[in-house]
Design a protein around this ligand. Structure first.
Ligand SMILES: *[C@@H]1O[C@H](CO)[C@@H](O)[C@H](O)[C@H]1NC(C)=O
Ligand SMILES: *[C@@H]1O[C@H](CO)[C@@H](O)[C@H](O)[C@H]1NC(C)=O
Length: 477
């Protein structure tokens, strides 16, 4: 009898579904992580619910980093704070939440779980860097990581501030990060806490670079006043893309997209200097501004959002692809034009139109296959396009689509022949209220070859002149 009981107990153990069996996939993307609400692991201490102070988390570093509470007052005499906080062009993502409690009541709180929304994720080796821009108070750290060798099998792992709690506080707010092939992690610190209707400009926006071997900050370059034409420009510094010249790590260029005042800021590491490119193609298309995402309808006017670079040619120039978020078009210009201070305005080209509801946040190119991947907020999807073909809807293919679990894909990047995608249901956070009993934040991955096989993006399925939309299992929903 005892033996039977034991056998039953063992059977019970074996048949309990493991956590990983709860994981789902969307299209060919495997869910790596998902969260209802974010938690942190700070100095080994789990932070799993709202905390009013940082007691016992930062220990003796606390005094040294008093700015951690962001409880400065409005009379702060820093030059940067004297800038009027108004939004001249009216950044639409700052429209106050209908359901919001007054966020200004939250000043000084260390962790307000609900306010923590993942925006970007970048995998480098065994670490996944995760960003949480400060659009509310109560965000312990804007730059964090997950150690994949420790948490690879957990569905909702805690985040750990990067490089550590104390040093993460030098960054006010980061939207997205990118690593380069020289072992560095690049970020743009907007210097701003984007409280709805009351943004707080705490420090000059800066490019901040970390050495991933030593986890030391190796560069903090403050953008110039001429890089930041509007009072609200800091709130629009959505992404950074890095390109190395001739394999020389000291000769790197960074391209920062400014979605709010419509420009690309170029930084040269070698020249230790930055400048701004303007072009009509960096502006939004007014007819593409009505969006319906996560059950919310709204009108946005975000301009140039993402810059993706192609392979370097013999002349040292790369094709550079970009699009405004509110647009279905894709554009291109040579990196050498962006790198020259007086870009030739007629050298910018229109590549084509991606199709209905293809409004896109980030895109990234997989160089070995020349396939571009798009994170499309307009249709809750990820799509591909083989850049060797003309850009039109027939040469695009939706690889994954889900109005719940791919709602507002906010980041996408290609690394190690994999595509990593983040989705965060952002419009519901902004205009309504997230359901904290449901999964709201998702990170996915898929192998490039699995994604494109059998699609119109695969290299071996070149369209013939008689190319028909039903070719190669082509479908669109
Ligand atoms: C780079 O330029 C900034 C001014 O923008 C200056 O403060 C800094 O010292 C320079 N760094 C180097 C390494 O020259
Ligand atoms: C500017 O670019 C256009 C298109 O590529 C080209 O025809 C023209 O010669 C360029 N102008 C200059 C001054 O380089």
């Amino acid at each position: 009898m005892k033996q039977y009981l034991l056998a039953f107990a063992l059977l019970g153990l074996l048949t309990v579904p493991s956590r990983s069996q709860n994981r789902r996939s969307v299209g060919k993307f495997e869910e790596v992580f998902s969260w209802k609400q974010l938690t942190f692991d700070i100095n080994g201490i789990p932070v799993v619910q709202d905390r009013f102070s940082e007691e016992d988390l930062a220990g003796r570093d606390k005094r040294a980093t008093d700015n951690i509470y962001f409880n400065y007052n409005n009379d702060d005499d820093k030059d940067w704070n004297r800038r009027p906080p108004g939004h001249i062009n009216g950044n639409p993502i700052d429209t106050p939440s209908l359901a919001a409690i007054d966020p200004n009541e939250e000043i000084g709180r260390f962790f307000i779980q609900y306010n923590n929304v993942i925006m970007g994720a970048e995998k480098v080796g065994n670490r996944l860097f995760v960003t949480i821009p400060r659009r509310r108070f109560g965000i312990p750290a804007t730059l964090n990581y997950i150690d994949l060798s420790v948490h690879g099998r957990t569905r909702s792992p805690p985040l750990t501030p990067y490089p550590d709690m104390a040093r993460s506080r030098s960054l006010i707010s980061v939207y997205r990060t990118r690593a380069d092939e020289c072992g560095r992690l690049w970020t743009v610190d907007t210097g701003t806490i984007e409280i709805p209707n009351n943004p707080r400009y705490l420090q000059t926006p800066a490019i901040v670079v970390f050495d991933l071997k030593t986890d030391r900050q190796i560069l903090r370059y403050q953008l110039k006043t001429s890089d930041l034409p509007g009072n609200n420009t800091p709130t629009g510094l959505a992404s950074i893309t890095v390109a190395i010249k001739n394999g020389d790590c000291s000769d790197a260029y960074a391209f920062i997209s400014d979605v709010v005042t419509y420009g690309v800021i170029v930084f040269s590491l070698k020249q230790n200097d930055s400048w701004r490119q303007q072009h009509n193609y960096f502006h939004f298309n007014p007819t593409a501004g009505n969006l319906r995402v996560a059950g919310q309808s709204f009108t946005w006017n975000d301009g140039v959002f993402s810059v993706a670079v192609g392979p370097e040619g013999p002349d040292g120039c790369r094709p550079t692809y970009f699009h405004p978020m509110v647009s279905s078009q894709e554009f291109s210009v040579s990196s050498c034009e962006l790198e020259s201070r007086e870009a030739n305005q007629t050298a910018y080209t229109v590549l084509g139109d991606r199709g209905t509801n293809s409004q896109c946040t980030m895109h990234d190119l997989h160089a070995p296959t020349n396939v571009m991947f798009f994170a499309e907020v307009g249709r809750d999807s990820v799509s591909c396009w083989n850049t060797e073909r003309p850009l039109n809807p027939d040469n695009m293919e939706i690889l994954a689509q889900d109005s719940q679990r791919l709602s507002y894909p906010s980041d996408l990047h290609v690394t190690d022949d994999e595509v990593w995608v983040t989705a965060n249901t952002l419009p519901r956070f902004i205009y309504s209220r997230l359901d904290t009993d449901e999964y709201n934040f998702f990170i996915y991955r898929a192998k490039v070859r699995d994604l494109i096989s059998g699609t119109v993006c695969a290299g071996n399925t070149r369209p013939s002149p008689g190319f028909s939309p039903s070719y190669g299992g082509y479908h669109r929903s």
